[in-house]
Design a binder for this molecule. Structure first.
Ligand SMILES: Cc1cc2nc3c(=O)[nH]c(=O)nc-3n(C[C@H](O)[C@H](O)[C@H](O)COP(=O)(O)O)c2cc1C
Length: 209
């Protein structure tokens, strides 16, 4: 499938095959393909909680507007955006720094410059670190959906859920914001997908001020 095929084929699917599981290796491939998404300073402030267990999905469904796809899909992701993912001492920040040193992209004397650049952008209030986390994790989320399509899977993103309820129920630390839940699986056999929905066109999207 080329890129256009993937984009055209991806749909938010409401009806999943309850009898067909997603193999672990396919799920891993999906996540690792999505992780090729770009991110600010390559900080990759995203994580995923993977739910497969029926009882876990039932707990999630009760906090997600009782949407049937939460329990019908074999796998549901709680996608996480890490608001702390730019801070000095954060494991990914330190790994990123070491990787850049090892690759010869940075030298030791540039560490303060590097850390200060992130602070300037993201250390001026809760709006800044939420924006940092949400935009980068959003790209990852999109990557998950396109990767899934390319692997023959179907998905459905959801923000119809009680954010704080889900965070507490699944013991998710409060540095994380949850940009979406993502149901993953296969279309139920015999089920038609709705025709593609309308999209804004070029003229609607391009603006000048
Ligand atoms: C961030 C996000 C949150 C969404 N939340 C829900 C949701 O809670 N429930 C739902 O039925 N659809 C949800 N959708 C699906 C959209 O309604 C759907 O993507 C849109 O109508 C376009 O349809 P398509 O994805 O099939 O092209 C969400 C989509 C996104 C991107």
């Amino acid at each position: 499938m080329n890129y256009a095929d993937v984009v055209e084929k991806r749909r938010a699917i409401n009806v999943f095959d309850v009898d067909r599981d997603v193999p672990d290796d396919v799920l891993q491939q999906m996540i690792e393909l999505a992780a090729k998404a770009p991110s600010s300073f390559n900080l990759q402030p995203w994580n995923v909680v993977v739910l497969r267990d029926a009882a876990d999905k039932a707990r999630l469904r009760s906090l997600a507007w009782d949407q049937p796809k939460v329990t019908e899909a074999p796998v549901v992701f709680i996608v996480l955006a890490d608001r702390d993912g730019w801070k000095e001492g954060h494991p990914t920040v330190e790994r990123n720094w070491q990787e850049m040193l090892d690759a010869g992209m940075m030298t030791d004397d540039q560490r303060d410059w590097f850390l200060n650049a992130a602070k300037t952008l993201y250390n001026w209030g809760s709006e800044a670190d939420l924006a940092f986390a949400a935009k980068n994790a959003g790209f990852f989320g999109m990557g998950l959906m396109y990767a899934a399509t390319s692997l023959g899977l179907e998905t459905h993103p959801m923000d119809g859920f009680d954010h704080e309820g889900v965070r507490k129920e699944f013991n998710i630390p409060d540095n994380y914001w949850i940009p979406m839940l993502l149901a993953v699986g296969y279309l139920r056999p015999g089920q038609d997908v709705f025709p593609p929905k309308w999209r804004k066109g070029y003229e609607d999207i391009v603006v000048a001020f």
